[in-house]
Design a protein around this ligand. Structure first.
Ligand SMILES: NC(=O)c1cnc(N)c2cc(Br)sc12
Length: 321
């Protein structure tokens, strides 16, 4: 191997360079859900360090990445089956496409829609029994998520006890506010660590790891907006559901609006296309839902997405110049 041409001092110098590099990459790859280097590069450089330490065992240091198992792979999490699957959303990319979808939605008796902001974060599900938080999980593949209860309990906006002793499963988004994201990346940059590409990766990386203390310091927040089953609630509309979740103690997004036709939906889109940059959290579109919950239920879902909701995605923002 290329090692044979190295003298021992050269090998020692190379090992001293490889160790911090592999440690930083390993940390990003294993515990923070945002790989910063191709696996092949990581593997090749790791193999080089192993070769050096095999040829010169006295060069091995106790803190070498070869001496400890890489961080915690996300697969260490307990799996959580979602009895009622956590679906994603169908996407449309123009107001014309959106109009087609809305026209095809059966005009239900209420005939109204609820417009909501599409939060750029990580979908979570919170299960309460008699008003007490018993489990929190990620969407995973929609059928099976990861148990991140301990991490979620560190987030101030998530109530551990509801104002009413309901047994209910509530779903929403965990996100990192824009300001928290900027501060986190500045800190990481100052520490010579890799930075997160966007707030969604930062939220995912902060939630999907076994070190709860790290989650606690990441200033995450939530907006809750769906329930697996609305029976335990009084309301029978989507807009009422958001108000009732707030009464129960959840943090909800107040920017929702009932719309009676496409003109009102378009007005909502235009308003939040303008406001997007001023919001303290990231959004990547808006969600239009049938407002009547029984009609949502009767329309049901395909394997992947509900038939009673659609996401209108904002056009990609021109790259920061
Ligand atoms: N308001 C909403 O329903 C909403 C907001 N933000 C999101 N990222 C998502 C994702 C699904 Br699936 S629904 C939804």
């Amino acid at each position: 191997s290329s090692l044979d041409s190295l003298t021992k001092p050269e090998a020692e110098a190379l090992a001293a360079k490889l160790r911090p590099q592999l440690r930083t990459w390993g940390e990003a790859y294993y515990s923070e859900d945002a790989p910063t280097v191709e696996d092949s590069v990581y593997d090749q450089q790791y193999a080089q360090l192993v070769a050096i330490e095999t040829k010169y065992p006295d060069l091995i240091t106790p803190d070498s990445p070869t001496q400890n198992v890489g961080g915690t792979v996300a697969s260490d999490f307990t799996k959580v089956p979602h009895e009622i699957p956590m679906l994603s959303l169908g996407d449309v990319f123009s107001e014309d496409e959106l109009a087609d979808f809305v026209d095809h939605i059966t005009e239900n008796e209420a005939g109204t829609y609820n417009c909501e902001l599409k939060i750029d974060g990580l979908a979570i599900s919170l299960r309460y029994v008699d008003g007490k938080l018993v489990q929190g999980s990620t969407r995973g593949n929609g059928q099976i998520g990861e148990d991140i209860t301990a991490n979620l309990k560190t987030i101030p906006s998530i109530p551990t006890e509801l104002t009413r002793p309901l047994t209910i499963e509530v779903r929403g988004e965990c996100y990192m506010p824009k300001q928290s994201f900027i501060e986190l990346n500045n800190r990481r940059d100052a520490e010579g660590k890799s930075v997160f590409a966007n707030p969604r990766n930062a939220a995912a990386g902060s939630l999907r790891q076994l070190n709860t203390r790290v989650t606690a310091e990441r200033k995450l927040s939530t907006f809750m907006y769906n329930v697996a089953d609305y029976e335990p609630l009084n309301t029978r509309t989507q807009s009422g559901l958001i108000d009732e979740l707030a009464e129960l103690g959840f943090t909800t997004n107040p920017q929702y609006r009932v719309a009676h036709n496409m003109a009102e939906i378009d007005a909502y889109i235009d308003e939040y296309t303008q406001q997007r940059d001023d919001l303290s959290y990231g959004i990547d579109g808006i969600v239009v839902k049938v407002n009547a919950l029984p009609v949502q239920r009767s329309m049901g879902a395909t394997v992947k997405v509900p038939r009673w909701a659609i996401a209108y995605k904002f056009p990609p923002e021109e790259a920061e110049t």
